[in-house]
Design a binder for this molecule. Structure first.
Ligand code: GLA
Length: 391
């Protein structure tokens, strides 16, 4: 976590003035429900104890100055001349995409000096970009008195990710959990209705351990968009075959899928099957958490990984290796890849007294196979995004 004091001092160092407002937004780990959000399905993420922080001071002109601590770079533009994507999908584009979202809603965005920092590892599948968009959105909502509801904040942040400034057709999970998270709870999200239900997480029974494979998710954006397009095609074909207008894949009943699956291509069949089985696992897992059955919850994590590896095909050798090592360790309930896939992190639920040994064995074993130490991070479910006066 980054202290308010640190953010204020850092702002001051760059702009020689005191900030007026600040915001924070956490990254997330998805416990279960992968690649189901953009198919109207169910997910169960939790916020982690890593975050993006932004501090702001309004200006009397129309100049927007952004400073990124991670990139040690200043970016300056005039809001008077319109907001244009840099074309590089750089760190400043995420902020500009959010500004553009407010302007498009008819909100008058003032000139500002902005300081951006954070401690969420980038490209590790912990949603640093969604946290950044949410952090910017919740800040501008406060600066401009725009009155957006928590759900509207998540939707505006997601629209920023979809926009030409960034260009990834992500689902709503990452933004929604970053806004709505509650400490000590995971959040069951119905991605069709956007209804949410907090599910208690008992940190005395299990710790959430994140294992970063250190494999940067190279082609993830194009692969992600391709998987999404494949699911949309699959849904279209299922509608045609069955003569039923299912709103999303989630609405396809299992027996209808059974009846028509032979007429689908292998890829479409697998994508839909993963979604339907994963949605069932999310509900089962939520019930297990609520009832304190971490053993069964752990087995569902392994099953989810298997479905992502074989049906959805978004795992990789590094993530498979982490899951295999975890399955041999004492005190591990379960483990799976988490996030978009193709690299990034795996998540394990581990009995608190075994966390240290687990981290040690994981580091040694993983390094033997891939000649790199994984970064291991232990977290409990944290609270969601906030905006506050800087003092
Ligand atoms: C990324 C996206 C999410 C979700 C996951 C996969 O994190 O941003 O919307 O689709 O991948 O579950």
């Amino acid at each position: 976590m980054i202290s308010n004091e640190y953010v204020i001092i850092s702002f001051n160092r760059i702009f020689s003035l005191h900030p007026e407002l600040m915001s924070s937004a956490p990254g997330r780990v998805n416990l279960i429900g992968e690649h189901t959000d953009y198919n109207g399905g169910f997910v169960l993420p939790a916020a982690i104890n890593r975050e993006i922080r932004i501090a702001a001071r309004t200006r009397h002109d129309r100049i927007l100055r952004l400073y990124s601590e991670s990139f040690a770079e200043m970016f300056e533009t005039s809001l008077a001349t319109g907001i244009i994507p840099s074309g590089k999908k750089g760190w400043q584009d995420y902020f500009l995409a959010v500004v553009d979202g407010f302007v498009k809603r008819g909100v008058d965005v003032p000139g500002m000096d902005i300081y951006i920092c954070g401690d969420i590892p980038q490209g590790a599948g912990l949603s640093s970009s969604a946290a950044y968009e949410v952090c910017a959105t919740i800040l501008l909502n406060a600066v401009c008195n725009a009155g957006l509801s928590p759900c509207e904040i998540a939707i505006l942040a997601q629209a920023a990710e979809h926009s030409p400034f960034v260009g990834v057709k992500c689902g709503i999970m990452d933004q929604l959990i970053s806004v709505m998270a509650q400490a000590d709870h995971a959040l069951l999200i119905d991605c069709h209705t956007l209804e949410t239900m907090p599910v208690p997480f008992d940190s005395s029974r299990a710790k959430i351990v994140l294992i970063n494979s250190m494999k940067r998710r190279g082609l993830v954006d194009s692969e992600y968009n391709r998987r999404r397009a494949e699911c949309e095609d699959g849904l279209r074909i299922m509608r045609k075959l069955s003569g039923k207008e299912f709103p999303t894949i989630r609405h396809i009943p299992a027996d209808v899928f059974e009846r028509f699956q032979e007429s689908l291509t292998e890829n479409h069949r697998r994508s839909i099957r993963h979604n339907l089985t994963e949605n069932e696992r999310v509900h089962h897992f939520s019930k297990c958490l609520a009832g304190g059955d971490y053993e069964t919850a752990g087995r569902l994590l392994y099953a989810s990984h298997e479905s992502l590896r074989t049906d959805f095909e978004i795992s990789c050798a590094e993530l498979d290796c982490i899951v295999q090592i975890a399955s041999r360790c004492e005190g591990v309930y379960g483990c799976r890849m988490t996030g978009a896939g193709f690299g990034g992190c795996a998540v394990a639920l581990v009995e608190p007294t075994h966390v240290e040994d687990f981290a040690l064995v994981m580091s040694v074993e993983y390094e033997k196979s891939f000649s790199i130490l994984p970064e291991i991070h232990v977290t409990s479910p944290s609270a969601g995004a906030t905006a506050m006066v800087a003092r």
